[in-house]
Design a protein around this ligand. Structure first.
Ligand SMILES: [Zn+2]
Length: 121
């Protein structure tokens, strides 16, 4: 799975969840038997800390903008052959870095894919 596919899958999961923004109101947690209930989300009671609740809320509210920002950057930073496809010279159309297929990706794409995995098809 490429970085772009991973990010697109994350957006699909986000879109299927209850729409945000969510609020961090810790008092809305409840426990049913062995499970912690945060809205429709359940987990073991030991996960019912305010910090964990805050993490769920922050993740919900930030997944889409952060993921979309990375996809937009990856879309901008693509190799192009300014003198035609037969020309072996390549430049990144986003940052202008002179690259060839052996040195791709450009530093910007490399900074993203080192955390999220290779982005080759
Ligand atoms: Zn670039």
């Amino acid at each position: 799975m490429t970085t772009t596919e991973r990010l697109q899958r994350l957006l699909t999961v986000e879109a299927a969840a209850t729409p945000g923004p969510w609020e961090n109101e810790f008092g809305e947690l409840s426990v049913e038997g062995e499970r912690l209930i945060v809205g429709g989300w359940g987990g073991p009671p030991e996960f019912g800390t305010e910090e964990n609740h805050r993490l769920v809320v922050e993740a919900r509210n930030n997944i889409r903008p952060l993921t979309q920002a990375l996809l937009d950057v990856l879309e901008l930073h693509q190799p192009e052959a300014p003198y035609g496809e037969a020309d072996p010279e390549r430049h990144c159309k986003g940052c202008g870095t002179h690259v060839s297929f052996t040195r791709w990706p450009c530093p910007t794409v490399k900074a993203i894919t080192k955390h999220l995995g290779d982005n080759n098809d």
